[in-house]
Every structure is written in structure tokens, then in C-alpha cells.
Design a protein around this ligand. Structure first.
Ligand SMILES: [Cu+2]
Length: 153
């Protein structure tokens, strides 16, 4: 039943991405290609809220994964840790960047590992807004090398 519900939501949600009247825009959604033995992948994107109300992501779904969680990476005692989040907010008139080293969507228990060039449809479930389906492009991790370095400075 849960799966059927998700499929129905997907069908309803698809037009939302194209012309969302509430002004939520998703840019640059991507998933780093994981090594062959990886069970877990991450999805990153920039969420831009052109509306006048804060948007709150409460959960996410993606087909082909056992579980999807909202995470925040943090340095604690010199170690990088991932902390499960109950929500990720997108401020009114602002943006929320999901990127390596920060907020991300954790795709857990991959059934068939996607490779560069594939897309992973990630459904974002909002507290007060219809779900939005984001087509995240799988990219090779190496392409981000210089970019990640930049963030440390
Ligand atoms: Cu994580």
C-alpha cells in the first residue's frame, strides 16, 4: 500500500517541478557515482525558494533503494559524522544547498547501482507543499575534486 501511494504521488507530483506556482526551484541535482561495492549513495542539489513561506522537507523517497534519509554531515571531535535530520528547511526568498560536507539526501541499500549518465528520481516530501520529483544526474565523483577543495577555504 505504501508503495502504491508513492507511485500515485509520483504521478501527481511530476507537473509540479515544471511550473510550481509557489516558486520552489531545484537546481543542479546530482548523485556521485559510487564504487561497485557501495550500498549507500548521496543526492545533492540546490533548492531555491522564490515564495514567501519557508518550505520544509520532511522526508524523501527514491525507487531502487531500501531507505532514504535526510542527513547533515558535521565535524565532531575531528571526525566527519552524519546526523539524521527530521527536516531540511528552505528559507523564504532564500536557498538551501545540499552539498558534500553538509546537508544531503542519503540513499541507503541500493538494489541496482546507478552509473554516470543515469538519473535517480528523488521525491521530496514537504510538510506544507505537494511532493516534488527531482531527477538527479549520476556523475563521476572525480569531476567534483576541484570544487570540493574550494569549499575548504
Ligand atoms: Cu548521509
Amino acid at each position: 500500500m505504501k508503495r502504491l501511494f508513492a507511485v500515485l504521488l509520483l504521478a501527481i507530483a511530476l507537473p509540479v517541478q515544471a511550473g510550481d506556482p509557489a516558486g520552489l526551484e531545484v537546481r543542479d541535482a546530482w548523485v556521485p557515482e559510487a564504487p561497485p561495492n557501495a550500498r549507500v549513495l548521496a543526492a545533492y542539489m540546490t533548492l531555491v525558494n522564490h515564495g514567501e513561506r519557508e518550505r520544509v522537507i520532511r522526508s524523501a523517497d527514491a525507487p531502487g533503494f531500501e531507505r532514504v534519509e535526510l542527513h547533515l554531515s558535521k565535524m565532531q571531535d575531528g571526525l566527519a559524522k552524519m546526523i539524521k535530520q527530521e527536516r531540511i528547511t528552505v528559507p523564504a526568498g532564500g536557498e538551501r544547498v545540499l552539498a558534500p560536507g553538509g546537508y544531503h539526501i542519503m540513499l541507503i541499500g541500493v538494489q541496482e547501482r546507478p552509473t554516470a549518465g543515469d538519473t535517480v528520481p528523488v521525491t521530496l516530501n514537504f510538510a506544507d507543499h505537494p511532493p516534488v520529483v527531482v531527477e538527479a544526474e549520476v556523475r563521476k565523483r572525480g569531476a567534483m575534486g576541484g570544487h570540493m577543495h574550494h569549499h575548504h577555504h
